[in-house]
Design a protein around this ligand. Structure first.
Ligand code: XMP
Length: 527
């Protein structure tokens, strides 16, 4: 399998070819660090902490960042780095665990601090230039550590301290090595971006020329070269990732693109229409809509177990997709919307971290024997970059900012057996929930909002008559990464409007409840 994606750094010569490597020591912060570096217009990739110095030399980064991590550097089995990294002459910034590791490798001491230091801390900068140029002498930083550096080698000098941490920041006296005990990548460190910029532009000589706009133009050119005169199939789901892939391909190879949208009958209200309008009227692609509702409903008839529902939906999707794909003659490539976090989590990244294998939700499972070569033009991008790219390519805000939607669609929000009637009820209620959240101006500040139809009936009274109808749950969450999530503290007025409208307008629902569970221990979806 090949991919038409190369890192933008490889695509562009000269200064745009600069890249920074983040060595991942198991912190949830590694991705955030990479994003912050890219925000400074410097291309950045995350690699395993165990990458060899030789491989780093080949990749020729302008700088290396050692991420934080949950371990103690002195614990057995703690993740280490190749000590020869410090012999390459490449600037290094160690953050939290990364700082402790660097200091230890280069002759300092690390110990646990019984009190630890968690949350905001007042930091005093003792050397207000270089790494801290432009930062006030007293500044707030975000700390999260039990261990800390307790002694530095003679080659090092302190740059900052807090009341309990004598080495909140250090630098090497001769070499471009820096350590920060605090986290510059989080917004709770207000001057964090300045410190990162000083490292990148000062120590690393970054020119800051990486731009998403260049990425689009270069990726389009790259796709043209790779595809030549062949045909590409792209599965459209209605979500932002597949829409951006299709838009990129449409710009790159227009008439050689065939898109397949499987209408599984489990989509949200007006979702299919919006995608069809966009890709037939605006992008004018060859879009084939597979009318699969009956097949999906037949496969789901009588099934109540959530995992079994997912399994059957997955198989039916593959059947529908493959049947349609076989009708498209001469197709050589299959495009999919794999993102950088998927690549990292699947362990497929060049030198990437992580042991777990996560199939890409939306297209995962398409059989390899179809024999297509893969094109994954978004595999270097984070979700927010994909959204920005979508806007640059001219996709409407409605598609670009749409909340994520699970592959099995409304089936996992229609608890118990799935029927057309229940789906129609849920679709109508969901449209009201989302519509009211949008009307209140809360759609962009919430991560996912939807309705769940419960298999619970309760007594109500409508006018003069007694009802015995379904209950509907409203779920709305805020999250950065969908791994953990908090329920959104929606204003009561918005909840009241949703409840009144759903009960008045949606036949079959006489009660609305709001889900106030966080993840964990709950999940975002109910099934
Ligand atoms: P949970 O329910 O696990 O969901 O907290 C986390 C995020 O993943 C989405 N999700 C899925 N997406 N196929 C998908 O494409 C699936 O089977 C699936 N299950 C959950 C969910 O909507 C949320 O954004």
């Amino acid at each position: 399998m090949t991919t038409a994606s190369a890192s933008p750094a490889e695509l562009s010569g000269g200064a745009a070819g600069q890249r920074v490597l983040v060595l991942d020591f198991g912190a949830q912060y590694a991705q955030l660090i990479a994003r912050r570096v890219r925000e400074q217009n410097v291309y950045c990739e995350i690699v395993r902490h165990s990458i060899t110095a030789e491989r780093v030399r080949e990749l020729a980064p302008i700088g290396i960042i050692l991420s934080g991590g949950p371990s103690s550097v002195y614990a057995q089995g703690a993740p280490l780095c190749d000590p020869k990294l410090f012999e390459l002459g490449i600037p290094v910034l160690g953050i939290c665990y990364g700082m402790q590791l660097m200091c230890q490798v280069l002759g300092g001491n690390v110990d646990s601090n019984p009190a630890g230091e968690y949350g905001r801390a007042e930091c005093e900068i003792v050397e207000v230039d270089g790494l801290f140029a432009g930062v006030p002498k007293q500044t707030q930083v975000w700390m999260s550590h039990g261990d800390q550096v307790t002694g530095i080698a003679d080659d090092f000098t302190p740059l900052a301290k807090t009341s309990t941490c004598p080495y909140a920041a250090v630098k090497h006296k001769r070499l471009p090595f820096f350590g920060l005990q605090f986290h510059p990548e989080v917004t709770h460190t207000p001057e964090g971006a300045t410190v990162l910029r000083n490292f990148l532009h000062g120590a690393c000589g970054a020119e800051g020329t990486w731009k998403l706009g260049d990425f689009a133009a270069e990726t389009i050119e790259r796709i043209r070269q790779e595809v030549g005169s062949d045909r590409v199939i792209c599965g459209l789901s209605g979500g932002v990732d597949s829409s951006v892939v299709a838009a990129l391909l449409a710009k790159a190879i227009g008439p050689q693109l065939s898109c397949i949208l499987v209408d599984n009958g489990l989509l949200r209200q007006a979702e299919e229409e919006a995608v069809v309008a966009e890709f037939t009227q605006h992008f004018k692609t060859d879009l084939r809509v597979v009318k699969g509702e009956d097949r999906f409903l037949a496969a789901l008839a009588g099934v109540t177990d959530p995992q079994e529902k997912r399994r059957r939906i997955g198989h039916t999707f593959i059947d529908c997709f493959v049947d349609e794909a076989k009708k498209i003659k001469g197709a050589k490539f299959l495009a999919q919307g794999t993102l950088y976090p998927d690549v990292i989590e699947s362990g497929a990244a060049v030198d990437g971290p992580a042991d777990t294998i996560k199939l890409h939700h939306n297209v995962g499972g398409l059989p390899a024997e179809l024999g297509f070569e893969l094109i994954e033009p978004l595999r270097d991008l984070f979700k927010d970059e994909v959204r920005r790219l979508g806007l640059q390519l001219g996709l409407p805000e409605e598609i670009v900012w749409r909340h994520p939607f699970p592959g099995p669609g409304l089936a996992v929000r229609c608890l118990g057996e799935v029927t057309k009637e229940k789906l129609d009820t849920l679709r109508a209620a969901d449209a009201i929930v989302v519509g009211e959240i949008k009307a209140a101006g809360l759609y962009r500040s919430t991560s996912q909002a939807f309705a769940v139809l419960l298999p619970v009936q309760s007594v109500g009274v409508m006018g003069d008559s007694r009802t015995y109808d379904n209950a509907l749950a409203v779920r709305c969450v805020n999250t950065d990464d969908f791994m953990t999530a908090d329920w959104s503290h929606l204003p009561y007025e918005v909840l009241a409007r949703i409840s009144t409208r759903v009960i008045n307008e949606v036949k079959g629902v006489n009660r609305v409840v709001y889900d106030i569970s966080s993840k964990p221990p709950a999940t975002i979806e109910w099934e």
